[in-house]
Every structure is written in structure tokens, then in C-alpha cells.
Design a protein around this ligand. Sequence first.
Ligand code: ADP
Ligand code: ZN
Length: 288
Amino acid sequence: MRYGALEAGGTKMVLAVADENRKILARESIPTRTPGETMPRMIAFFRKHPVDALGIGSFGPLDLHPGSPSFGCITETPKLPWRHYPLLPAFREALGIPCALDTDVNAAALCEARLGAARGAQNCVYVTVGTGIGAGVVCEGKLVHGLMHPEWGHMLLCPRGDDPMPQGICPYHGACLEGLASGPAMEKRWGAPAKELPPDHPAWELEAHYLAQMCVTAVMTVSPEKIVLGGGVMGQKQLFPLIRRETMRLLGGYIACLENADGLIVPPACYPDSGLIGALLLAERAAK
Ligand code: ADP
Ligand code: ZN
């Protein structure tokens, strides 16, 4: 058996083919343009490297309700050419094989829960902090869907009194997690790309505070054994100790079983391929 994986992102599509041991046999990255331009290139890749099943982890939001007429479609994305695009049906029709779709972050969460930093956890979340913020959630060993799928990037936070940009930048909510703590939010607040802010810049302490608010909500809702933090902004390793300390402070001693957050808040083990490997796991499941 050969399995195909697609990690569909706003800037690039990463495609891979793997064998049953998850050894990657072929891999390609294609810039994300319009569906008319990008879909034929992706389909050509899977025709050149035939697979028995395909798993897709995609940017969203997505319609993942099996009974819905728009099941498998991208929904209200700001990436206009992809709005309402029937991503899953298009691959099913073109390739005629079992195909499965989930959010990019749910795929990454699945990967980290099965094979990575959250291995053995019943409940875990994977949060990417980059151009946007998104989270995949595993509860009792299963990916969470329900009403839609988790959208933690738009979790409402309390802006801090000393934040020079407390109004945030989310076009829907202003001061949600993504509006306050994404890479673009940091750039707008501090007037320089996050990557260029030195490690001792006050930006990081404020960033850690907002990510800690999210971690507290994670602990209080999902009761995760692991909170896996990935994405470009988390390339700043000094954030981890800051977030752990701030999370413990905000928890206020309420979670008695937690002495510290060292084992709770962790980097991904499979980054930057967590989403791609998660898509492979979706393909394996689709083939069964
Ligand atoms: P995307 O979210 O677009 O898939 P990334 O996860 O790489 O891609 O996130 C890009 C965002 O992360 C940008 O806002 C960029 O400024 C920021 N970023 C990327 N690398 C770093 C870094 N090493 N330190 C801080 N911020 C970074
Ligand atoms: Zn928002």
C-alpha cells in the first residue's frame, strides 16, 4: 500500500507519498495560488506517484459534517479563491480513491498524539502560532469535531492593561488570541516582524502572557496532559519557560496535581512535519 498526504496551507501545498512504514518516497511543495492553477499540479503529483488513499490536513474553516451538502468544502476563508472550494470532493473525483479531510491542526494533533510529543496522552491539544493561530484537539483519543471544529485562534482573551495594542487585529473579534498573539499581531504592535525582535524584547513576555491565557483555558476545558505549541513564532525557544511560568501563575494553584508546567507545555516532536504526517495517518484510516 502507498499512502498520500497533503498539507494544504495558505502559502504552500506540501504533498508526500509514503509506504506502509511511513517512509516518505516522494515529496513536493507547490505554491498556493488559485484552485484552477494549483489543483491540476497536485493531482498530477498523485498521478505520477499513485497512492491507495489520500489524507488531507487543510487550512479552514472546513465543513466536516458527513451529512452536509457541502461536506469536505472549505467554507468562509479569507483566502478568496478557495472560499467554498470542494477540496475533498475534487480529490475524490480526480483520483477515485478513499480520501479523508481534517483541519491542518487536527492532523498535527493526531500526529503528535500518536507518534510525537503527546504520545500516550488521552487528551492533548496542538496549537500553531504563526500567521494565524489554530488548534487541533484530541479528546479521549479522538479528534474533536462537533458543531464545526475547534477554532482556538478566535478564543477571546483579556487584553492586558499595558498592551500598546489592546484592540487586537482580528477582523471579526479584534482582541481574540489570533488578534493579539499571531505573528502579524506582533508585527503590527511592535513595528517589526516577530522574527526580528530580540529575545529580551518586552514583546516576548506579553506574548507569553497571552499564550498562557490560552493554556489556562485549555487546562480548564479539555484537561489535556500535553499542550503542544508549534508554528513560526514558537521558533523563539525563550517563550517556552515564559509561558510555563505564566500559566502556573494564572492557574493560581488551583490544579493541585500540577507542580509545574514543564511536562505539560511542550514543543512538537515532529515539527515541521506534524501536519503532513497527520495527513498520512488520516490516509491510513481512510484506506481501512
Ligand atoms: P504559517 O502560519 O504562515 O503557516 P509560520 O508558522 O512560519 O507559517 O508562521 C509565520 C509567522 O511566524 C510570521 O508572522 C513570522 O513573522 C513568524 N515567524 C516565523 N519564524 C519566526 C521566528 N523564528 N521567530 C519569531 N517569529 C517567527
Ligand atoms: Zn478572531
